[in-house]
Design a protein around this ligand. Structure first.
Ligand SMILES: Cc1ncc(COP(=O)(O)O)c(C=O)c1O
Length: 449
């Protein structure tokens, strides 16, 4: 694929082949998904997607922050093939194999904290989150039933993780009762502070609230097992907390002996220009949930934690497919590629440039209310009016559709935020083209009114 000629639209999408698949998808698949526009992928390489009608797109989604090292990275493919030639499966639940041990050693090294760690492998983000919850409650032998989570969070859609998730009512509606013991507090979303405060004059009132109201009025801290959080909220709108926030929460957790679980499913594995999002706050969590970017497209999740906390008794937690050897081999290759190709540096460099370009657009386009992010996890929040900050929901959808038709695959987050999360391998040349197309589309939508 020649990246100079991308994007390339040869049949207005959805083209005839795409239309047929869309019809059959609707007929044969349950339609509980989100789906932003009718992109039907046929193949993908690096940062370029080709649809079934031969259109080529710049991929700013990375399969929702999954293909960290780009699509079909040759070293990942090679590792997968090698493992396929050995064996595909033999369940860690009852037996042993080296690809899992090798990966566990690598994950121990790249995760924050210089202490001894242990790893639990599963298949997805929701499973990693739920594993972490069980580990936390289990560590206290059931004596601490409460779990603190954040409003606006997304931690998955299974019953345990759904009880934590609170970014849209549709995610929970009809499914109650949920896991008991979960209580939510507001996320430090400074652009839309629930207390209408301004940072830094607020003096971190959102942290005082947790101590002075949440813990003192209704949730006993000595019965709280853990606080689970996304270091940067993903589905909630790519929301970046202020600089000392997680440090304050760490202190609070230490004071009451509460475990801190960083859900790095979206922000981890190099996405933010550091291995894990929480590193931007110089904070070491007790447990980390990982998935998405870990195996560049193969299903894998992991919980990494202090050895003394990862102490569930035999038979209490396991998964038949968790830590599949092919996925583990792919994940080991992903870590090598991120290190070998200096992708953390690339994410920081391209991310900084992208932020700068969107800040320039913000001066030009009233629609852009806020630009925020770290590395290649960037949110551009759109508002109808900068004073009322009314979310520009329709405008977001129009912009995403225009981008798609022009050959840039990018989606939204929160109510009205453009979510930029390309593979960490993206080149400056491709990113510039994508930024130009997004900027042009914002301008068109603004003019159309
Ligand atoms: C922060 C976070 N946690 C958990 C999940 C759930 O992951 P999965 O869809 O693999 O279950 C997601 C998915 O978007 C996520 O962004």
């Amino acid at each position: 694929m020649n990246s100079h000629k991308v994007p390339k639209i040869v049949a207005t999408p959805p083209g005839p082949k795409a239309k047929k698949i869309l019809e059959e998808d609707e007929r044969f698949l349950m339609q509980s998904f989100v789906r932003w526009y009718p992109l039907v992928v046929e193949k993908a390489e690096g940062c370029i997607l080709t649809d079934v009608d031969g259109n080529e797109y710049i991929d700013l989604n990375a399969g929702i922050a999954v293909v960290s090292v780009g699509h079909r990275h040759p070293k990942v493919i090679e590792a997968i093939k090698e493992q396929c030639n050995r064996f595909l499966h033999y369940s860690l639940t009852d037996f042993y194999y080296n690809p899992a041990v090798e990966l566990a050693k690598k994950l121990s090294k790249i995760t924050p904290g210089k202490f001894e760690k242990k790893i639990f492998f599963c298949n997805s983000g929701a499973e990693a989150v739920e594993g972490a919850l069980k580990i936390a409650r289990g560590h206290f032998k059931g004596s601490r039933q409460y779990i603190m989570a954040y409003i606006g969070a997304f931690h998955g859609r299974l019953f345990g993780s759904m009880a934590l998730t609170s970014s849209k009512p549709v995610q929970r509606k009809w499914f109650s009762p949920l896991l008991p013991g979960v209580e939510h507090v507001p996320y430090p979303y400074c652009y839309r502070c629930p207390w209408r405060q301004n940072y830094p004059e607020c003096g971190y009132w959102c942290v005082d609230f947790i101590e002075d109201y949440y813990f003192k009025k209704y949730v006993p801290p000595d019965e709280t097992a853990c606080i689970i959080f996304e270091p940067i909220q993903g589905e909630g709108g790519y929301v970046v907390p202020p600089p000392e926030y997680w440090g304050h929460i760490r202190k609070l957790c230490d004071k009451y002996g509460i475990l801190m679980i960083s859900d790095e499913v979206q922000a981890g594995m190099g996405r933010t220009g550091r291995w894990f999002g929480i590193e931007h706050w110089n904070v070491t969590p007790d447990l980390i949930a990982i998935a998405k970017g870990i195996a560049a497209g193969l299903p894998l999740g992991a919980v990494v934690g202090r050895s003394e906390i990862m102490d569930l008794p035999r038979g209490s937690h396991a998964s038949t497919f968790g830590g599949n050897p092919v996925s583990c081999a792919a994940a080991s290759a992903v870590i090598d590629v991120i290190e070998g190709e200096k992708l953390l540096e690339n994410a920081s460099k391209i991310g900084e440039y992208t932020m700068k370009r969107f800040e320039e657009f913000q001066e030009k386009y009233e629609l852009i209310g806020d630009v925020r992010g770290k590395g290649l996890m960037i949110g551009v929040e759109l508002v109808k009016d900068r004073r009322s900050k009314e979310p520009a929901v329709k405008e977001l959808n129009k912009i995403l559709l225009k981008c798609f038709k022009k050959g840039v695959a990018v989606i939204g987050a929160g109510k009205s935020t453009i979510r930029i999360a390309p593979p960490l391998t993206i080149s400056m040349e491709l990113m510039e083209k994508a930024i130009d197309i997004i900027g042009e589309s914002i301008g068109e939508v603004e003019r159309e009114g």
